[in-house]
Ligand binder design. Structure first.
Ligand code: HEC
Length: 404
């Protein structure tokens, strides 16, 4: 029972702390007292007991308070102090306190602790970004890198990527770089990475280099075109004007850049009307049971794509074709040409589904040529069927399509 300590111990510790605090005029004495207190408690083994009981949690809290009042350089880094700090970090639910304690006590494995915290539901938007920054400052790049490799095609990953992108750190551009050239990252993830890279000159340079080399994903290319063409770095802006053409609007004027479009707000109800009528989206997409299933079901697309990625999906559908929706072109002996999505293929026949949702069978021995196309069967220039505000309304509508 020595380990869990008695209530009396708690009173002793608290009083000791009070004495330490009273000596504010005598800093050296105060440091000595607080230092002794922490050492004494660690020595008694009070800092080791798992699992924590309520008494211990209170005692830990007092000890941590004492440590926070010691100058940073005086905080010990031995095994026992580490155990105390780590246990405290586990029990606290206040993100700001968490970050303050890590900053002050620098426990062993701080980078991992910070990354785990960033991903936990204890983190708010701001403490998450702060934790990622602190993690990177503690040589945590490898941890973040591994997470990105493992999660680049996970459903909610774009939210985390967007936060990494907000961290102010030199490693961010090189962490996000691989995501914008990798065909296997989800469109939302690639988009969040691209938008993050636009924020720094290093990121802009990397995007420009990838586009010049032809390795930049098409969806990211459309997404960042406007920002790079307007870069405050003149050299980048000049080079971008050649490498990043802008999509055209109905009247052959360039559309505003994606980031400008994304600043506007629309009316979801108008968007829904368009989706089902002039824009012809329902001819190919089901939303909550309505429409045809040529393309993917969009009933929950609002949880998958960011606002910016939504614009790209419409104005440049071939830019980032979803897996399983690649389109194929086929020519028969008699010269018939058909395009569509591949439904199935066996030794006897190939089945394609065309843009009207009709499945057609082609016997193998009549097929002369059959290959994958670079282009989506979702038509380009659908946005010529409506004006800019219609486009914004459509996106507003789709963003609201979430899991119920
Ligand atoms: C001729 C059929 C067709 C029409 C019409 C069409 N789409 Fe598509 N759409 C597809 C196919 C096929 C895909 C998947 C391949 C791809 O990503 O290009 C797709 C993909 C998408 C995606 C990306 C889905 C994802 O999971 O990443 C969005 C968003 C989208 N369409 C929205 C629209 C909107 C909005 C309209 C109307 C303006 C529309 N589509 C009209 C066939 C169509």
């Amino acid at each position: 029972m020595l380990h869990s300590g008695s209530r009396l111990d708690l009173v002793v510790v608290r009083n000791w702390l009070a004495v330490g605090n009273m000596c504010s005029k005598l800093p050296a004495f105060r440091i000595a007292i607080l230092g002794m207190l922490v050492a004494f408690c660690c020595d008694k083994g009070w800092t080791q007991d798992p699992p924590a009981n309520p008494l211990q949690i209170r005692r830990d809290k007092i000890l941590i308070e004492a440590m926070l009042r010691l100058p940073k350089g005086e905080v010990k880094h031995d095994e026992k102090t580490n155990a105390l700090v780590r246990r405290f970090l586990k029990s606290t639910s206040d993100g700001n306190v968490f970050l303050k304690v890590v900053e002050h006590c620098e426990p062993e494995g701080a980078a991992e602790l910070l990354w785990d915290f960033a991903l936990s539901n204890k983190a708010t938007d701001s403490t998450m970004v702060q934790a990622i920054e602190m993690c990177l400052n503690r040589k945590g790049k490898g941890i973040v890198e591994k997470w990105l490799t493992d999660n680049k095609s996970a459903d909610k990953a774009h939210e985390t990527v967007a936060k990494i992108a907000l961290a102010n750190h030199a490693d961010v551009a090189s962490l996000l770089g691989p995501l914008v050239v990798d065909a296997n990252s989800l469109p939302g993830v690639a988009a969040a990475a691209g938008q993050g890279m636009v924020r720094s000159t290093a990121g802009q340079k990397a995007l420009l280099d990838a586009a010049t080399a032809g390795t930049l994903r098409g969806d990211v290319k459309t997404l960042v075109a406007g920002s790079l063409r307007k870069s405050s770095n003149e050299e980048i802006a000049k080079a971008a004007a050649d490498v990043f053409p802008l999509p055209m609007s109905k009247d052959q004027k360039p559309l505003p850049s994606i980031d400008e479009l994304a600043k506007r707000t629309g009316t979801p109800a108008n968007g829904e009307k368009l989706f089902r009528s002039a824009a012809t989206c329902s001819n190919c997409h089901i939303v909550k049971g309505f429409g045809k299933n040529v393309g993917p079901d969009l009933s929950e697309i609002g949880s998958k794509l960011t606002r910016e990625a939504m614009f790209v999906a419409i104005v440049d559908p071939s830019a980032g074709i979803s897996h399983n929706y690649e389109s194929y072109i086929l020519q028969t002996d008699s010269g018939d040409v058909a395009t569509g999505l591949l439904v199935s293929q066996t030794e006897e026949e190939i089945v394609l589904k065309d843009a009207q949702g009709i499945e057609r069978k082609f016997p193998r021995d009549e097929v002369e040529e059959f290959k994958k196309q670079e282009k989506s069967i979702m038509p380009e220039n659908l946005h010529h069927n409506f004006d800019e505000q219609g486009l914004v309304d459509l996106v507003e509508y789709m963003l609201a399509l979430k899991k119920e």
